[in-house]
Design a protein around this ligand. Structure first.
Ligand SMILES: C[S@@+](CC[C@H](N)C(=O)[O-])C[C@H]1O[C@@H](n2cnc3c(N)ncnc32)[C@H](O)[C@@H]1O
Length: 232
């Protein structure tokens, strides 16, 4: 276990930086990179050494780096791989057999707010204001359910969107989709840091024009049940 890190005991996680230790985990220059502490915390609780962790939307590879250091086996996929150890695949159709993963972590696009790439199958090119965005996330959820072993866990990081005064509760919408496939375990709020709107001008605008800047992301943790919920 990495020195100096503690397993979070509450549902409010606040990590000051993206990385820990002296080696990079993922690339903190990659827009949308996941704080490495989140993955570290999750694998301490839900996996043991030698277990297989899968990240179907692996981005700059944070999950791979954390898992390797913690002696977990890991497979990272992305629609456009950022590095050689990430395999090209669509998160809605992974090249894996049923029930092989001990844990799945996914930090998906939240909308079309970040331009990851121009690939036609990049879900991050669809706005969350379009219901198709949630249809595509549902396909990812089904695929995660398929590749997980029964009774094993998954965690999904997501945030809401408020754009031009239109609020979309992306986290709640995703939660109700996930409930169709998994048993809820808990929901964590992760404090957001270093976002581009975290400037005095944006804070002043938020007060003046009566809107809120995003302060947190949801980390939704769920478990695959032995018998599918639809067959009970
Ligand atoms: C928030 S980023 C992931 C960040 C990553 N966890 C990291 O730490 O760098 C979301 C990723 O989803 C990928 N993505 C979008 N649509 C996809 C799809 N259909 N299949 C697989 N990956 C997809 C994007 O290319 C992007 O890298």
């Amino acid at each position: 276990m990495h020195k100096g890190l503690t397993i979070e005991s509450t549902t409010l996680w606040d990590f000051p930086t993206q990385n820990y230790g002296d080696k990079p985990h993922g690339d903190n220059k990659y827009r949308g990179v996941t704080p490495a502490f989140i993955i570290w915390n999750l694998i301490q609780r839900y996996t043991k050494e030698g277990d297989l962790v899968v990240d179907p939307m692996c981005g700059s590879g944070t999950t791979i780096d954390v898992c390797k250091e913690e002696n977990r086996r890991v497979l990272g996929f992305d629609i456009v791989p950022y590095r050689a150890d990430i395999k090209q695949a669509d998160a809605r159709s992974l090249p894996l057999d049923n029930g092989v993963a001990d844990f799945v972590f996914v930090d998906s696009p939240y909308s079309d707010n970040i331009k990851y790439n121009d690939h036609p199958d990049n879900i991050g090119n669809i706005s969350c204001e379009n219901s198709r965005f949630f249809d595509e996330l549902e396909k990812v959820a089904k695929e995660i359910q398929r590749i997980l072993k029964p009774r094993k866990y998954m965690a999904w990081l997501i945030a809401d969107q408020a754009k031009k005064k239109k609020f979309v509760p992306v986290g709640f919408n995703l939660y109700s989709i996930l409930e169709k496939y998994f048993k809820p375990v808990d929901t964590i709020c992760v404090t957001r840091h270093n976002q581009t709107s975290n400037t005095p001008i944006w804070h002043e605008r938020a007060r003046k024009y009566n809107f809120y800047l995003r302060g947190f992301k949801y980390l939704i943790i769920m478990q695959k049940v032995a018998i599918p919920l639809s067959k009970r």
